[in-house]
Design a protein around this ligand. Structure first.
Ligand SMILES: [Zn+2]
Length: 152
């Protein structure tokens, strides 16, 4: 008897995929996030949060999400090498097996920021599995955010 196993989807923003001891993927992906630390890192804080392009990783076995709520209080890594090392270290010690998820498609959510959504608001959406996929400037300072998540 042949058992067909569905491979986990590889989203477009995934840069590197590690596989842990249990066979679960640890995906390193690009991420745009809001931070208060300036380019020198902690403890040099900017007065207002600003957005930067960075990286983070997610384990599809234990569902651990790399840099979230750690001492830097940033939702992502600014440095690719640092994010890559953290993802690899997790893959080496995590023994969780892949979690099967019956994927039926994507669902979308549109949010309007005036002038923008705070890092806190974005994190709240992230905890509900909403991933920011694009932003759109439309007149004045209003930013339109497009989120997606797997619908199940
Ligand atoms: Zn894990």
């Amino acid at each position: 008897m042949t058992v067909l196993r569905r491979k986990a989807a590889w989203p477009a923003d995934v840069l590197i995929r590690f596989v842990n001891v249990g066979g679960a993927a640890v995906d390193l992906h690009s991420l745009r996030f809001a931070t208060k630390w300036d380019y020198r890192g902690a403890p040099y804080a900017a007065t207002t949060p600003y957005e930067m392009d960075g990286f983070n990783w997610r384990c599809l076995g234990c569902k651990e999400y790399g840099r979230e709520g750690d001492t830097y209080n940033d939702p992502g890594y600014g440095d690719l090498r640092e994010a890559r090392e953290a993802a690899q270290q997790h893959a080496e010690r995590c023994r969780a097996t892949p979690q099967e998820q019956a994927m039926t498609g994507w669902e979308y959510h549109v949010a309007y920021g005036n002038p923008h959504l705070s890092g806190e608001e974005l994190n709240a959406l992230g905890r509900d599995s909403w991933e920011l996929v694009s932003t759109e400037q439309r007149g004045g300072y209003c930013l339109i955010y497009h989120f997606k998540r797997v619908s199940s």
